[in-house]
Design a protein around this ligand. Structure first.
Ligand SMILES: [Zn+2]
Length: 144
C-alpha cells in the first residue's frame, strides 16, 4: 500500500475512474513550479476496483462542472488544517461552454471562430450532450 503524506491545505480528487486521472491533471493545468501534486494511478480501492487519485497542495478552487464532465464518478475533498472541510460528489453539468467542440462542419460554431460552444445535457445515463445551435449530439462516453 502506497502512503502519501496528508496535505495541510488543498484538494484531493478521489475515486477517479482509473485512466482518467491524466486527463483531469492536464485539464487542471496546475503550475508545478508553485504547487506540489501527488498523482496516484491505478490505486486499489476496496469498493470500486481500480482508481486514480490526485492531491494538490494549496489549491482549493477548481472548476467542478468541468471536472464532472471529465469524470462524474470522482469526488473532490477540500482539505484545510489536515481535515476534510468539504466533500463534493461530482456530476455531469447541465450546461457546458467551450469544453466540448461541435463536430458538425455546418454548425455556426465551426464557421464563426468566436462563437461559444454551448452544449446542454440531454441524457445523464448515456452522458449525451446536444449542441445549442445545430442539435448535434455528442456522447462523453465516446469522447473518452
Ligand atoms: Zn453545433
Amino acid at each position: 500500500m502506497l502512503v502519501i503524506n496528508s496535505i495541510e491545505k488543498g484538494i484531493v480528487i478521489d475515486h477517479i475512474t482509473a485512466g482518467l486521472g491524466a486527463r483531469i491533471l492536464s485539464y487542471l493545468d496546475i503550475d508545478t513550479s508553485k504547487h506540489t501534486i501527488a498523482f496516484i494511478m491505478n490505486a486499489e480501492s476496496k469498493k470500486h476496483g481500480r482508481k486514480d487519485v490526485i492531491k494538490i497542495k494549496d489549491v482549493t478552487d477548481v472548476d467542478l462542472a468541468n471536472l464532472g464532465l471529465i469524470d462524474p464518478k470522482a469526488t473532490v475533498n477540500v482539505i484545510d488544517g489536515h481535515k476534510v472541510i468539504r466533500k463534493i460528489k461530482l456530476e455531469m453539468p447541465e450546461t457546458v461552454v467551450n469544453i466540448i467542440k461541435c463536430k458538425n462542419p455546418r454548425c455556426v460554431t465551426s464557421i464563426e471562430a468566436n462563437a461559444p460552444h454551448v452544449f446542454r445535457l440531454i441524457d445523464r445515463e448515456s452522458q449525451e450532450y446536444r449542441c445549442e445551435y445545430c442539435d448535434d449530439i455528442v456522447s462523453m462516453k465516446e469522447e473518452r
